[in-house]
Design a protein around this ligand. Structure first.
Ligand SMILES: [Zn+2]
Length: 167
């Protein structure tokens, strides 16, 4: 069995393939197996097993090989995990998150926000001004909202991810 020991690896995989997916990953032996074998072994539906395997494949965490049965002509897919690519997949995910946070940060920094005093929603200045600073949902007033805390929170998350990348 391929042991996924590190908590951070398990957390990443769980986010990628879900709890059933993680169970499938953890029941994969080091040698090649078929999806049917995994479905039987874990009692998880064949559809979920296949979805999990393709997700892993897309992230280069699994590979497959096709084998044709010489008698029936049927193709069998033989799957194998690539745990050695976990670190790289996690790095790519961290980079993806950083770039999304970066976009969000620019949006927060380049806009001025107003919010309904009753808490219905938040609007950018242009929207609030068009609505004459009256909430379109409850007709309460829209007041200036300081987004400094949100900016700070995004910057902290980005710093955390960037320092994780440097290890
Ligand atoms: Zn409102």
């Amino acid at each position: 069995m391929v042991a996924i020991d590190e908590l951070i690896h398990r957390a990443y995989l769980c986010k990628l393939v879900g709890e059933d997916g993680l169970m499938i990953v953890e029941s994969m032996p080091e040698e090649e197996v078929t999806d049917e074998f995994l479905a039987e072994k874990t009692a998880i539906s064949l559809n979920t097993v296949r979805r999990t395997l393709y997700l892993l494949y897309e992230h280069r965490l699994a590979i497959y090989r096709r084998k044709r049965d010489p008698d029936s002509g049927w193709l069998t897919y033989l799957w194998k995990l690539c745990p050695e690519n976990l670190e790289k997949a996690m790095e790519a995910e961290a980079r993806r998150l950083i770039s999304k946070l970066d976009e969000r940060l620019a949006y927060e920094k380049n806009n001025i926000f107003y919010a309904c005093v009753a808490g219905c929603a938040r609007f950018v200045f242009e929207e609030a001004s068009e609505a004459n600073f009256v909430c379109p949902f409850c007709e309460g007033s829209l007041e200036f909202l300081d987004n400094g805390k949100i900016v700070e929170c995004i910057e902290q998350k980005m710093t955390g991810l960037e320092s994780a990348l440097q290890h």
